[in-house]
Design a protein around this ligand. Structure first.
Ligand SMILES: NC(=O)c1ccc[n+]([C@@H]2O[C@H](COP(=O)([O-])OP(=O)(O)OC[C@H]3O[C@@H](n4cnc5c(N)ncnc54)[C@H](OP(=O)(O)O)[C@@H]3O)[C@@H](O)[C@H]2O)c1
Length: 301
């Protein structure tokens, strides 16, 4: 049995469908089984638990051969945070998996390091460190930004007025990978004993600026009609300070938006002490459109 913590999420859902389609027994861990109702099936069961509560993890892990951690506390319901979910929650899950004798696949982020400007990335690094210190044979999969998440966010912000919202200048190239490819990679890792103990970095075929991303989206059949609007950097800086005491999630998002607008998030940062897998699905593939003849596929090329 494969326990997927975060099985209701964007990646977890695709992974669940994929594993169930090949007849693997999947158990989804969620805080609210209603959120997983649509995933229930012949090969899929659902259990409730919260990674912040170690006791709630004992029963769900009984009989688990693999545990996939596809959780995140950057945003979402339930007062989550990167500290409580990506660091401490993962530590609880890793320890529970060790007691159950299960192999762990930890989803992390390309660039995970102790001094990264994004709190989420620092907390992923802390979880990686705990995993490596306690659980030989565990597998870490780091990914770049999920393409499908940003397609949805740009579409959502364009829903009113037809113009997607870009945070900052939108001229910083970022590597995007498709969740379909990351799910396929995890599926391979689960079946491959030689992947045990490795760190794999999943990067996509394109480094795109948000302006390029929004332009491609605009050219798709149900894409937004208008050119993007921008939240200026000074506004993001102000939000990151003013929102901190009352709406920490918003402050966190503003800080992350500033980082995404300024630091190197291309696939060039991948590779240190890791196996890099360059995955093929492009933004045009995700949108079901074709790339214009001769169009650059990489903002940095
Ligand atoms: N999105 C990206 O661009 C990106 C890039 C690189 C790596 N990753 C990593 O890939 C993984 C999947 O990301 P995603 O974007 O697919 O996630 P997502 O759609 O935001 O889903 C997050 C999941 O975390 C679960 N979760 C949150 N708090 C929890 C808690 N306290 N206890 C148990 N479960 C909890 C949620 O489950 P319930 O709400 O059902 O409880 C949900 O299924 C994450 O580890 C993420 O950090 C994401």
């Amino acid at each position: 049995m494969i326990l997927i913590a975060g099985g209701t999420g964007r990646l977890g859902t695709v992974l669940t469908w994929r594993l169930a389609a090949r007849g693997a027994h999947v158990r989804i861990l969620t805080r609210d089984s209603e959120r997983a109702r649509h995933l229930l099936g012949e090969h899929v069961e659902v259990v409730e638990g919260d990674v912040r509560d170690p006791e709630s993890l004992e029963a769900p892990l009984v009989g688990a051969e693999h545990v996939v951690s596809a959780i995140q506390g950057f945003a979402g319901p339930g007062g989550v945070s990167p500290r409580s979910v990506d660091r401490d929650g993962n530590v609880n899950l890793i320890d529970a998996a060790a007691r159950a004798g299960a192999h762990v696949v930890l989803m992390s982020v390309v660039g995970a390091s102790p001094d990264h400007p994004m709190e989420l990335v620092r907390m992923k690094h802390a979880a990686e460190q705990h995993l490596r210190a306690t659980t030989p044979g565990a597998t870490i999969v780091r990914a770049t930004a999920f393409m499908e998440l940003w397609v949805d966010l740009l579409r959502q912000t364009a829903a009113r007025g037809g113009r997607p919202l870009i945070f900052g200048h939108g001229t910083n190239p970022i590597n995007f990978v498709s969740v379909r490819d990351v799910a396929a990679l995890i599926d391979d890792v689960l079946d491959d004993p030689t992947a045990r103990g490795s760190t794999i970095e999943a990067t996509g075929p394109q480094n795109l600026t948000f302006r390029q991303f929004a332009g491609t989206l605009q050219g798709s059949p149900d894409g937004p009609a208008g050119a993007p609007r921008h939240v200026p950097r000074p506004m993001l800086r102000l939000m990151s300070v003013l929102a901190a005491p009352i709406k920490p999630e918003q402050a966190r998002q503003a800080r992350a938006a500033l980082a995404m607008d300024t630091i190197d998030l291309t696939d060039h940062v991948a590779g240190e002490h890791a196996t890099v897998k360059h995955l093929p699905t492009s933004l045009h593939d995700v949108l079901g459109t074709s790339a214009p003849h001769g169009a650059a596929t990489d903002a940095t090329s």
